[in-house]
Design a protein around this ligand. Structure first.
Ligand SMILES: C[S@@+](CC[C@H](N)C(=O)[O-])C[C@H]1O[C@@H](n2cnc3c(N)ncnc32)[C@H](O)[C@@H]1O
Length: 199
């Protein structure tokens, strides 16, 4: 039996082990996702930065970089692995703690699966982005959360399966101009990557 825990508790428990999952995460879409980053931007935010798995890739294309996450243990790992990074501990399901129209690039990589209010979240990203700013994110085809282990504990982290057409409706609602890149394994999609531009 495994408990279902909220993302804050779950990633605090799992932070020591997260790095071991890099290969599995990369197998979804890493090459395809990172290729869609813009060449150079002013301010970028990594929403749900975790332990900073792709922080260096985003830092490389931005003049200012901030990482945000609900889990302090993941943020501690991020500092350990990447040193000098500006980090914010925040629950992004409610609001994103940046001024309106202050951000050029918002990345949410493997985050949507933990966001309950997808429409509210997309509205917040729309608010913080400057006109012409980019929102890059993925949706994965995960209907049930996997069982994770940390020490003797077994648990699942509370997850939400967002139907892509619903997310697309919210992007349209906020007037994003967007493109979708589907990544398949055999006949099934495993990841849908969205590049959305604020108009
Ligand atoms: C699957 S990990 C992805 C980490 C990183 N983006 C990556 O691609 O490796 C999801 C991250 O989102 C964070 N997270 C989950 N729900 C969140 C929320 N409501 N607000 C902020 N961060 C959240 C978790 O703590 C975790 O670090």
């Amino acid at each position: 039996m495994s408990n279902i825990v909220d993302p804050k508790e779950g990633y605090n428990l799992y932070a020591d082990n997260y790095k071991k999952d890099y290969r599995k995460l990369e197998s979804f879409d890493k090459g395809e996702f990172l290729k869609l980053l813009p060449d150079k931007v002013g301010t970028a935010v990594d929403l749900g930065i975790g332990d900073g798995r792709v922080a260096e890739d985003i830092k490389r294309v931005s003049q200012n970089f901030f990482g945000l996450d609900i889990s302090t243990n993941m943020l501690h790992k991020c500092i350990k692995f990447h040193g000098n990074i500006s980090l914010v501990n925040a629950d992004l399901d409610y609001s994103i703690p940046f001024k309106s129209e202050s951000i050029d690039l918002a990345v949410a990589y493997f985050l949507f699966v933990h966001i309950k209010d997808a429409e509210g979240f997309i509205g917040e990203v729309n608010r913080i982005l400057k006109e012409g700013g980019m929102f890059l994110f993925n949706l994965i085809h995960q209907k049930k959360p996997p069982v994770l282990k940390a020490g003797k504990k077994k648990f699942k982290i509370k997850s939400y399966y967002h139907i892509p057409s619903h997310i697309e409706k919210y992007l349209d609602y906020f007037w994003f101009k967007w493109e979708r890149f589907d990544v398949y394994e055999d006949k099934f999609w495993v990841s849908k990557i969205y590049r959305a531009i604020k108009t």
